[in-house]
Design a protein around this ligand. Structure first.
Ligand SMILES: C[S@@+](CC[C@H](N)C(=O)[O-])C[C@H]1O[C@@H](n2cnc3c(N)ncnc32)[C@H](O)[C@@H]1O
Length: 775
């Protein structure tokens, strides 16, 4: 089968994945087996059938009649318990292979109290029976958006109540990606909304046109349900996908199932069902995410399940029909499951994973407390992971080699007696940067004398071993805190100076592993005339993000094991999240279809660029005056060094930082925290800068495929909700006393109305002081 051909805009011929309510077809284990023989993983089934539906309608009819005949107030109708003919389901060994649906003809968000009351009863009867049978997956049609916010809250309340039933039920709220019609909006004759009394009628037949309305509704539902971990989304993919901003927002949500209606498929010139390029890109991204977040259990490429698509799961009636056809399957044109075959084709032809996706497999959205290499001694395995980075060490080698070449060409004097440039790798770990310094010397032809300084006594053993086995005893290994090192010991017992200080003490937010404090403390060994530091400078960057998944994780921690969870900056490979502030609105591109028509979609070639701002910068070496003042405050002498690390109040004042930055917000959203990144200039000389970056805006350009650092998350205890076209203002502090360094952060939301700037809401002032880094 060839899916790659030009696409046609004609309407597909048949539908799959509609859950069956009209017929009573019991979900037997044989039927489930048939579906699996056809290559499906799951089967969809309604929880109740039209027998039950008819019973409820007749109850409503008799109630309406009795109200019209009697002048007295009638008690609200009560639906009796389910009867055996009301449901195709029963407990069985195969119940786990079902995706079940609650009735789409009820209206939990109805403004009419009678309809709402009946709907709630139907819903709770169905949920209770599904839980009793051992069902795990229940799809609930989303709220009717035309009923407005009140209807959504009412709907959310019912969902919250349902979540207390059965501790294994996963409730999936079915919403359309772009606010268009969903199953809940069906207006067939049996829908309860047809029976709404005139005084409660809303514009429910009016079209909801805001594409963000279903995301808004979902946001309300999950907020009211406190980000419950058994509550997720079934997303209906329309034929034309909405803006990339809205798509990207959905990616940050817990999507468990994609529903791809047959009407969203195109037919190509070879009469095969295919999806548009935009759909393919969306599905590929979803596939990566589903596997990485454990939504789907990965299998081998050949027999991997369809991508969580309820479209790929047939109904009992379809499975029975397809089971009859399967024997006839001889050629591709006779394929009884063409949509499923196409999804499996996409699955086999996914784009290759990036370095970071390969390396980070299993780490996506996994919260880790930041390393504190100054206080703690790292284990060998941690160093081993660093050393796998294909970029970081190569870039350091480039930087050192360039510095040596410049040194040589500028005929600078050196701090050694034999003209060799003195290099000290401070915080050398197991020694990879020492090896790179020696390589740089060899490649540039500039002789060096190398010192390896490390305070971790265990890593020190390996450094000594390397020196004997690999470096030919060319390196002087010293076990000490770099701040206590007095410099290279000279033959006369005095201490010499260093020409180039090489260090890698950077954390995910640049300075969070106390690189500034350590480098200040060792700067006294650096040649004051022309000594250089690699890195020369580093900057911390951040941007507001939405990350419901991580917020839910932190909320659970904060209510159980870790009450401070929201006051800790977490290192995390951000995966299921959305940038809230992006460069200007996206552009529209059009694709010419083979029948001549044009299909418009948001420009996939120009993805949205986040706005990531610089919080602050640190440069090394410090100007001598700043260092002298700090040293005096510390109680040491203004010249020389080793005056002790921890001193009087204000000794580290020069490493205090503060910023207040405003981010434009294009679309409505919820901020759950700040994503933090860094950039560093290792060396900038006659050949231009050598830089590393984890900043999403520059990482591709500066250090593509670097894997050593994940971003850092500064979370917010109370998510900040804001409207479209507003502003988020972030205040950030790097605080320090004479013992510790920590961060404080505050997020506020503003909107300008008729020229007046209004403060809408604000987060708590968060502080990581109790978890700060000891100096
Ligand atoms: C992030 S690791 C980098 C190790 C190695 N340079 C690499 O790139 O693989 C930082 C190293 O610096 C060491 N370190 C941190 N603070 C130090 C200090 N004040 N004095 C000496 N070593 C320090 C840690 O023990 C650790 O080995």
């Amino acid at each position: 089968m060839d899916y790659s051909d030009g696409m046609d805009d004609s309407t597909p011929m048949f539908y799959i994945g509609q859950h069956e309510t009209k017929r009573r077809l019991d979900v037997s284990p044989e039927l489930v087996q048939h579906a699996q023989d056809l290559g499906y993983d799951m089967l969809t089934s309604p929880i109740t059938n039209d027998h039950f539906h008819t019973r409820v309608l007749s109850l409503l009819n008799s109630y309406t009649q009795s109200v019209s005949e009697s002048s007295q107030k009638q008690p609200l109708p009560l639906i009796p318990a389910l009867d055996h003919p009301d449901t195709p389901l029963g407990p069985s060994d195969t119940i786990g292979q079902l995706v079940t649906f609650t009735s789409s003809w009820i209206d939990l968000s109805s403004p009419d109290p009678v309809i709402a009351h009946l709907s709630r009863q139907v819903f709770h009867l169905e949920i209770a029976y599904a839980a009793f049978c051992g069902v795990t997956n229940v799809v609930v049609p989303g709220p009717r958006l035309a009923h407005g916010q009140n209807g959504v809250s009412q709907y959310a309340r019912a969902i919250k109540e349902a979540l207390t039933t059965g501790s294994y039920l996963q409730l999936h709220v079915q919403v359309s990606m772009d606010g268009t019609k969903t199953a809940a909006d069906d207006d067939d004759l049996g829908h309860l909304s047809r029976f709404v009394r005139p005084e409660y009628e809303t514009s429910s037949h009016g079209k909801v046109t805001n594409p963000w309305s279903s995301w808004d509704a979902w946001n309300t539902v999950r907020s009211i349900c406190k980000y419950h971990n058994r509550l997720s989304v079934v997303l209906d993919l329309p034929r034309r996908l909405p803006s990339l901003a809205l798509q990207s927002r959905w990616f940050s949500e817990p999507i468990r199932l994609l529903n791809i209606p047959a009407s969203s498929f195109l037919v190509n010139a070879r009469q095969s069902f295919v999806l548009s390029k935009a759909h393919q890109v969306f599905i590929f991204r979803y596939m990566i995410m589903s596997y990485s977040t454990g939504h789907l259990s990965p299998r081998t490429a050949e027999d991997a399940p369809s991508p969580g698509s309820s479209s790929a799961a047939p109904t009992p009636a379809e499975a029975a029909q397809l089971a009859k056809q399967v024997g006839k399957k001889t050629s591709s044109s006779n394929d009884p499951t063409p949509h499923l075959s196409y999804l499996r084709y996409l699955q086999r032809n996914q784009p290759p994973k990036s370095q970071i996706e390969q390396f980070g497999g299993g780490f996506q959205d996994y919260l880790q407390s930041p390393l504190q290499p100054l206080t703690d001694n790292l284990e060998s395995i941690t160093y081993e992971v660093f050393e796998k980075d294909p970029i970081k060490y190569a870039w350091y080698e480039r930087a050192i080699a360039q510095a040596l070449r410049d040194w040589h060409s500028q005929r600078r004097s050196t701090s050694s007696d034999n003209g060799a440039v003195v290099i000290a790798v401070v915080g050398s770990g197991r020694g990879p940067l020492v090896t790179r310094a020696l390589n740089a010397s060899a490649s540039s032809g500039v002789p060096v004398r190398v010192y390896a300084i490390e305070k971790n006594p265990n890593a020190y053993v390996l450094l000594q071993r390397h020196n004997v086995e690999t470096w030919g005893r060319r390196v002087t290994v010293v076990k000490t805190d770099m701040r206590a090192w007095k410099g290279p010991t000279q033959p006369d017992g005095t201490f010499g100076k260093v020409d180039i200080l090489v260090s890698e003490l950077l954390g995910s937010f640049a300075d969070n592993e106390l690189s500034p404090e350590c480098l200040d403390g060792v700067q006294h060994v650096l040649n004051p005339e022309h000594g250089i530091s690699i890195p020369a400078s580093y900057t911390a960057h951040f941007t507001p993000i939405s990350t419901p998944k991580l917020w839910a994780d932190l909320y659970n921690r904060s209510t159980s094991v870790d009450p401070n969870a929201f006051d800790i900056p977490w290192v995390v490979m951000l995966s299921q999240f959305d940038y809230l502030s992006t460069e200007a609105k996206e552009t529209i591109a059009s694709q010419q279809l083979s029948n001549g028509t044009k299909m418009h979609h948001f420009n996939l070639e120009a993805p949205l660029t986040p706005i990531v701002e610089t919080a602050w910068e640190f440069s090394h070496p410090l100007p001598p005056t700043v260092l002298a003042q700090a040293s005096l405050r510390r109680g040491g002498s203004a010249v020389g060094g080793g005056g002790g690390f921890v001193g009087g109040d204000g000794a580290n004042e020069h490493n205090f930082r503060h910023c207040r930055i405003s981010f434009p917000i294009q679309e409505q959203g919820v901020c759950h925290g700040l994503g933090g990144y860094f950039e560093t200039v290792l060396y900038s000389g006659s050949e231009g800068p050598v830089e590393l970056s984890t900043n999403p805006v520059s990482m591709e350009r500066k250090s593509k495929d670097m894997i050593s650092w994940f971003p850092i998350l500064f979370p917010l205890k109370t998510p900040i909700q804001f409207p479209a076209d507003s502003e988020v203002e972030v205040s950030f502090w790097r605080q320090t006393d004479d013992r510790k360094v920590w961060y404080e952060w505050l997020v506020e939301s503003y909107m300008t109305v008729s020229g007046q700037r209004i403060r809408l809401s604000a987060s708590d002032l968060h502080s990581s002081k109790s978890n700060g880094c000891m100096m």
